[in-house]
Design a protein around this ligand. Structure first.
Ligand code: PMP
Length: 361
């Protein structure tokens, strides 16, 4: 086999190698049962155990209180953009949103279909180079919730501390869930597509406070009601069995590797190494303002688009792939989630320093 590359892509992203090794065996013969993991019934006792274990590990790692439900849904994180307001708002009801990038903008558009949406902050005019500080926005008294994207995958910005509000928080944590400790009790809903920090694409994890399930209106499609999936423990229809299996294995890996506190420490160290090179001169320029910098996605530019193209191509030749920035902002981006190995960061940092020397502006 070709040597494994370091994949900096924003998601699907690198998974722990140990998990992939185990999965490759379980695809053929799951747990020595004589049948592969993709072939077993979602109602079999083997799979029920897989799903229950994944939920248990998530509860333990994130310290999820007993009055929250964990759902494993489909339709991508993008389906939560409408499911949240569809279930929690309605005519005459209001919610407050912070517009910090493409994913919040898309959420705002969907939410407007179901209620009155107040956008209390936007960094769009500054090319989404920052998130707001506390006190820079106000949440209306009659708002049902405050919605924000904890980490903006495209622009490389992140809330270093979560917004504080008397209203319940609702957050898209697709690109930083499990990367640092959070206080789940401050949230009404947390959701995350798995394909960055949890597993492959195909499953979206939703953590929802159980009293909110009573708000789900009767007159919306059954599949789009949180209460449907909560009542049937995410087995109302066939769940994405293989992604759920991988999520369980990734969570086990995470626990064995010291849990979320340790992940946060490693993530900070990894990101700091890259930011140090960016800050060392004028050659590399970070997109995000320093106080809004993300530990998960580092978006940066080189002196010219030509040099950026050369940088991305030469990096790929050295086994450092996926460094092209999102088409909406261009430039480069290194996505370095929990499972991204430290050796890959060292390789990137060495490459950045060498490229700067050999390709003066
Ligand atoms: N939210 C965030 C923060 C994301 O980064 C993404 C995808 N990159 C999405 C939502 C959309 O996820 P999906 O493709 O699963 O719908």
């Amino acid at each position: 086999m070709k040597e494994r590359i370091y994949n900096f892509s924003p998601g699907p992203a690198m998974l722990p190698y140990e998990v992939l090794q185990q999965a490759s065996g379980d695809i053929l013969n799951f747990d020595n049962s004589g049948i592969g993991i993709c072939e077993i019934s979602h109602r079999s006792k083997e799979f029920m155990h897989v799903a229950a274990e994944a939920e248990e590990l998530l509860r333990e790692l994130l310290n999820i209180p007993g009055n929250y439900r964990v759902l494993f849904l489909q339709g991508g994180a993008s389906s939560q953009f409408f499911m949240i307001p569809m279930n929690l708002l309605g005519p005459g009801k209001k919610a407050t949103y912070l517009n910090t990038g493409t994913w919040s903008k898309k959420s705002i558009k969907e939410a407007k279909l179901f209620g009155e949406i107040e956008v209390a902050f936007s960094s769009e005019e500054e090319k989404f180079n920052r998130v707001p500080s506390q006190g820079e926005y106000t949440v209306a008294d009659d708002s049902e919730y405050l919605y924000f994207v904890s980490n903006n995958t495209i622009y490389g910005t992140q809330f270093s501390t979560m917004p504080v509000s008397e209203k319940m928080l609702v957050s898209d944590m697709s690109s930083d869930i499990l990367s640092r400790p959070i206080d789940v009790s401050k949230f009404g809903v947390i959701f995350a597509g798995a394909q960055k920090n949890m597993g492959p694409s195909g499953v979206t994890t939703v953590i929802i406070r159980d009293d909110l399930l009573e708000r789900c209106p009767e007159n919306i499609p059954t599949m789009l009601k949180y209460s449907t999936h909560a009542e049937k423990e995410s087995m109302f229809n066939t769940p994405p069995t293989f992604p759920i299996y991988i999520v369980g294995k990734v969570l086990k890996w995470l626990k064995e590797n010291g849990g979320i506190g340790e992940m946060e420490k490693r993530n900070r160290e990894k990101a700091d190494q890259v930011y140090k090179v960016i800050d060392s001169g004028e050659y590399y320029r970070g997109h995000a303002l320093v106080e809004s910098r993300s530990m998960m996605n580092i978006a940066f530019n080189l002196p010219t688009p030509e040099l950026e193209g050369k940088f991305i191509a030469e990096a790929a030749e050295k086994g450092l792939n996926g460094l092209k920035g999102h088409r909406s902002i261009g430039g480069c981006r290194a996505s370095i989630y929990n499972a991204f190995p430290r050796e890959g960061i060292t390789r990137l940092v060495d490459f950045m320093q060498e490229f700067e020397k050999t390709n003066p502006a």
